[in-house]
Ligand binder design. Structure first.
Ligand SMILES: [Zn+2]
Length: 470
C-alpha cells in the first residue's frame, strides 16, 4: 500500500504543514458530535496517485494468524455520524428499535404526568386519609416487598437472558434488540441517506471513490478470517461534501465525505479511519449502545415518576428531572460511549495492521486532531464530559497499541515499514514549524508537541541521520 505523505520532513513539507495547521477549520462529525479535526490533507492529486500506486502494488496475501475466535452474533448496526432517524414507508413494519425511539418522548411525558398526578392526589387527601394510607402500606409491607422482588427477579432474568459475547473481544454485553431488527433499521437508514445525498454522490469512476473502495475491500479481504467481516457485503458511497464525516452502517454501507478525505494525511490514516468505522460495524456497537440506552431509559422512567411524585413543587421536580438526565448522561451514556470508541480504536488498528497499513500513522492522526484544536483555540472539554476519549488519551492509547499491532502486521507477512517512524517525523516537523513561526504568530506560543520520551528520542535519532524520513 502506498505511503503518500507520512514524510513531513523537508522544507517544502514543513512549510506546507504550517499553512495547513493554521488554516484548517473544519470538524469531523462523529456520532453526531464534533470529533476529528485535522490539518493535513490528502489532495485530489495525491488521492489519484494513491489509487494508481495502490492498483499497481498488490499487497501480500499471506494468510494471517487467526487472531480472534469466531464467536458472538452476526454483525448488527452501527453508525458513526449524524444519527437522523427517519420513519419508514407506510407499508413497511417499523423495526423494534425505531418504534422504541419514536415512543421514548411519549414515555417520558407519561412518567411526568403519572408522577405529578400521584403528588396532586396525595396533596389533596385529608390528613386522616393519608394516615390510613400509610397504615395500609405498612400492614401490606411484606406482600409489597414480595411483589417488588418478583418484578426485580423478572427484570434480572430478562437481562441475564439477553447477555451476549462481543465478537473479537469476548466482552460480555447486553443485547436487547435482535440482529434482524438492526439490519432492517440499517436498510431504512441507507435509503434515507442515499435519498438525502443523491445529488452529491461521487461517481464510481472517481479516484476518491475508487480509493475508498479499494481500501475497504482490502481491509475486508485481509480480515476475512473474522466471520463478522466476511459476512458483510461492503458497499461504498463517497459524498461530495466538506463535512468531516465517515460512517458505516450495519449492512455494510460505507459513507465517506470528501471533506474527511481531504483532511487525512495519507492512505494509512484513511485505512485506520475506515478500520475504526468498520470495527464499530463488526462489533455491533450501535445495537449494544441502543440496548444500554433501552435499559437505562426504562430505569429512568421509574426514577422520573418518583421525582415528580415526591418533589413538593413543579419547579423542584423540573430541576430534579434535569439533574437526573445529566447524571444518566455522565454516569452511563458518555462513559459507555467512550469505552466503545476506545474499543473501535483498538480493533480498527488491528484491522489496519492486518491490511498492512503503517499503524504508526494512527497516533499521528490523533496528534493532528489535538494540534488543530489548539490552533483553533477550542476550549478543552474534560474527558468525563465527552462522549469520546480526549485526543491526548487516544494518542496515548494508540502509542501503547502500536508495538502489538506491528507484531500482528509482521505475522501477516506485510512488507517491512520504512525506518522513519511517522510519529517522530511528525513531532520533528511540528517542532520545526513552531520554532520557525512562534515569533510571527503569538497564537503559537502556548503550543507544543505532546511530550513523549520515546518519540522524542526517535526524533533526536532521526535528526542525527541525514536524509532519513525523505
Ligand atoms: Zn467511532
Amino acid at each position: 500500500m502506498a505511503l503518500l505523505s507520512a514524510t513531513l520532513t523537508g522544507s517544502g513539507r514543513v512549510s506546507s504543514l504550517s499553512a495547513r495547521l493554521t488554516s484548517c477549520s473544519r470538524v469531523y462529525r462523529h456520532g453526531g458530535r464534533a470529533v476529528f479535526r485535522s490539518s493535513a490533507r490528502l489532495s485530489p492529486g495525491a488521492t489519484a496517485a494513491a489509487a494508481a500506486v495502490s492498483a499497481r502494488t498488490p499487497l501480500p496475501q499471506t494468510p494471517c494468524f487467526r487472531l480472534w475466535r469466531p464467536v458472538g452474533p452476526p454483525v448488527l448496526l452501527t453508525r458513526c455520524g449524524p444519527r437522523h432517524i427517519h420513519t419508514s414507508g407506510p407499508l413497511r413494519a417499523l423495526p423494534a428499535p425505531l418504534v422504541w425511539l419514536l415512543l421514548k418522548p411519549l414515555q417520558k411525558v407519561l412518567a411526568v404526568v403519572l408522577g405529578r398526578s400521584i403528588r396532586k392526589w396525595w396533596a389533596a387527601l385529608p390528613p386522616d386519609r393519608r394516615q390510613l394510607a400509610r397504615q395500609a402500606a405498612w400492614r401490606n409491607r411484606w406482600p409489597l416487598a414480595a411483589g417488588a422482588t418478583v418484578v426485580a427477579a423478572i427484570a434480572a432474568l430478562f437481562l441475564l437472558t439477553h447477555l451476549d459475547e462481543s465478537p473479537l473481544t469476548g466482552r460480555t454485553r447486553l443485547l436487547v434488540f435482535s440482529r434482524d431488527n438492526y439490519m432492517e433499521l440499517a436498510a431504512l437508514a441507507t435509503e434515507d441517506y442515499l435519498e438525502e445525498y443523491a445529488e452529491q454522490l461521487v461517481p464510481a469512476d472517481d479516484p476518491r471513490h475508487q480509493l475508498v473502495e479499494r481500501v475497504v475491500q482490502h481491509l475486508a479481504e485481509r480480515n476475512k478470517d473474522i466471520p463478522e467481516m466476511s459476512s458483510i457485503p461492503w458497499n461504498i458511497h463517497v459524498i461530495q461534501d466538506p463535512n468531516l464525516n465517515a460512517f458505516v452502517l450495519a449492512n455494510g454501507e460505507v459513507f465517506m465525505f470528501s471533506g474527511m478525505m481531504e483532511t487525512l494525511a495519507d492512505i494509512h490514516q484513511l485505512t485506520f479511519v475506515l478500520g475504526h468505522e468498520m470495527a464499530h460495524a463488526i462489533l455491533g456497537h450501535n445495537a449494544e449502545q441502543a440496548s444500554l440506552s433501552h435499559v437505562v431509559d426504562l430505569l429512568s422512567l421509574i426514577l422520573l415518576t418518583a421525582i415528580w411524585a415526591v418533589c413538593p413543587r413543579d419547579s423542584l421536580a423540573a430541576l430534579g428531572h434535569w439533574i437526573q438526565g445529566k447524571l444518566v448522561q455522565l454516569m452511563f451514556r458518555r462513559p459507555y460511549s467512550r469505552k466503545l470508541e476506545a474499543e473501535a480504536d483498538k480493533i480498527g488498528m488491528q484491522l489496519a495492521a492486518k491490511a498492512c497499513a503503517d499503524v504508526r500513522a494512527a497516533p499521528v492522526f490523533w496528534q493532528q486532531m489535538e494540534i488543530a484544536d489548539q490552533l483553533r483555540g477550542e476550549p478543552t472539554v474534560p474527558e468525563w464530559l465527552s462522549t469520546h476519549p480526549s485526543h491526548r488519551n487516544r494518542v496515548t492509547q494508540m502509542d501503547r497499541l502500536v508495538p502489538q499491532a506491528l507484531e500482528l502486521r509482521e505475522r501477516c507477512g506485510c512488507p517491512a515499514l520504512r525506518a522513519a517512524d511517522p510519529r517522530a517525523v511528525f513531532s520533528q516537523s511540528v517542532r520545526v514549524l513552531l520554532d520557525k513561526d512562534k515569533a510571527k504568530d503569538p497564537r503559537l506560543h502556548h503550543l507544543h508537541p505532546p511530550p513523549h520520551p520515546r518519540r522524542d528520542a526517535a526524533a533526536a535519532a532521526l535528526q542525527a541521520q541525514p536524509g532519513a524520513g525523505a
